[in-house]
Design a protein around this ligand. Structure first.
Ligand SMILES: NC(=O)c1ccc[n+]([C@@H]2O[C@H](COP(=O)([O-])OP(=O)(O)OC[C@H]3O[C@@H](n4cnc5c(N)ncnc54)[C@H](OP(=O)(O)O)[C@@H]3O)[C@@H](O)[C@H]2O)c1
Length: 313
């Protein structure tokens, strides 16, 4: 593939790091739009990566930064709403429309959009409804001039994730007993490097134009199984107490007012829908899917001996 000019929104995040690393390895010129440049300066060690600070929710900023780009990748997403910060609607539904519009205006031929499994404007949570609306808007607005592909992953795991790491922290803080909301919610976790590889392969593959892909890992787990596994890997004695639906909702209501919202009502509503794929892995991509058990022990396994901060790259 020739060297491309690629603009990434959300490139400083968990998935963004992995995608940026792969694209930079291939020598592409990557411009990451970020709300704040300083915390992510370490990404500048990659010689073809630049960080541009600005308001990604400002259409004129997007139009200016998309000029001359071959590819735009939008990875922006939030798991919870916080007072004074962009809402689900703004981050998941309004921003993707701005991005598609700016791609059209600036003649950017390729757009990769990150959605989420079970995103649908009739979904059970605001997270899934707004993700669904955003995904639909991107495909409707892109028209014939912008080749758009969107991706709908289940939960993504990896050293910098906020899923396995969050439960590892909760287990550590729990006094030997962890009351677990939505214990029977089902997930099909996919490894972050597999997701990143799919994005990279999609860029130049015209078979993927206009498509929406569900992305899942090799196995389905209940939340309870995953949490018990994390306790085992981190060598913590922790009795997981499965909560029924009423108590799960109550825990989510309490979680709403705790610092950092360890669980919210909207998270609880999302988990009422299984996060598992309907079919096998899309055949357009050549990937050997990574097992959770092959990776998680490497970054959580030393949890007890090391400083509890998240191990990044
Ligand atoms: N992680 C998963 O398990 C998972 C599963 C399914 C789908 N997804 C989707 O995949 C995408 C990437 O997920 P991720 O886990 O890499 O997310 P992440 O680590 O939180 O990164 C998201 C990035 O979005 C940018 N951003 C822009 N507006 C933001 C806002 N208002 N609040 C927070 N961040 C904002 C941030 O970049 P700056 O700080 O540089 O501005 C941040 O680095 C998201 O769209 C997410 O919904 C993730």
């Amino acid at each position: 593939m020739s060297k491309l000019n690629i603009c990434i929104l959300g490139g400083t995040g968990f998935v963004g790091h992995s995608i940026t690393d792969r694209l930079a390895d291939q020598g592409h010129r990557i411009k990451i739009l970020t709300r704040s440049r300083e915390p992510h300066r370490s990404m500048l060690v990659l010689p073809t990566v630049s960080l541009i600070e600005g308001d990604i929710y400002d259409q004129s900023f997007l139009n200016q930064e998309f000029k001359g780009m071959d590819v735009v990748i939008n990875l922006v997403g939030i798991l919870n709403e916080f007072r004074g910060k962009p809402t689900f609607e703004k981050a998941h539904a309004i921003l993707p429309a701005y991005v598609a519009d700016a791609c059209k205006n600036q003649h950017v031929p390729r757009l990769l959009h990150m959605s989420a499994l079970k995103a649908s404007n009739g979904g059970p949570s605001e997270y899934l409804r707004t993700k669904g609306t955003g995904e639909d808007r991107v495909h409707q607005m892109a028209g014939q001039k912008v080749n758009v592909t969107s991706f709908r992953p289940s939960v993504i795991f990896g050293p910098r994730d906020s899923f396995t790491n969050r439960f590892a922290q909760l287990i550590k803080l729990a006094p030997g007993v962890l009351p677990l909301a939505c214990p029977n919610a089902r997930f099909q976790p996919i490894y972050v490097e597999d997701v990143a590889e799919v994005f990279v392969q999609a860029i130049g593959n015209y078979h993927t134009y206009g498509k929406r892909y569900e992305l899942c890992g090799p196995r389905v787990y209940t939340l309870r199984e995953l949490v018990k596994y994390i306790a085992e890997v981190t060598h913590r004695r922790c009795h997981v107490v499965p909560l029924n639906d009423g108590l799960s909702k109550l825990q989510a209501l309490v979680g709403e007012i705790l610092p950092g919202k360890p669980i919210s009502l909207d998270n609880y509503r999302s988990m009422r829908e299984d996060s598992c794929c309907k079919g096998g892995f899309p055949e357009e991509f050549t990937i050997t899917l990574t097992e959770l058990e092959a990776v998680v022990p490497h970054y959580l396994g030393h949890e007890r001996r090391e400083h509890p901060r998240r191990r990044g790259r």
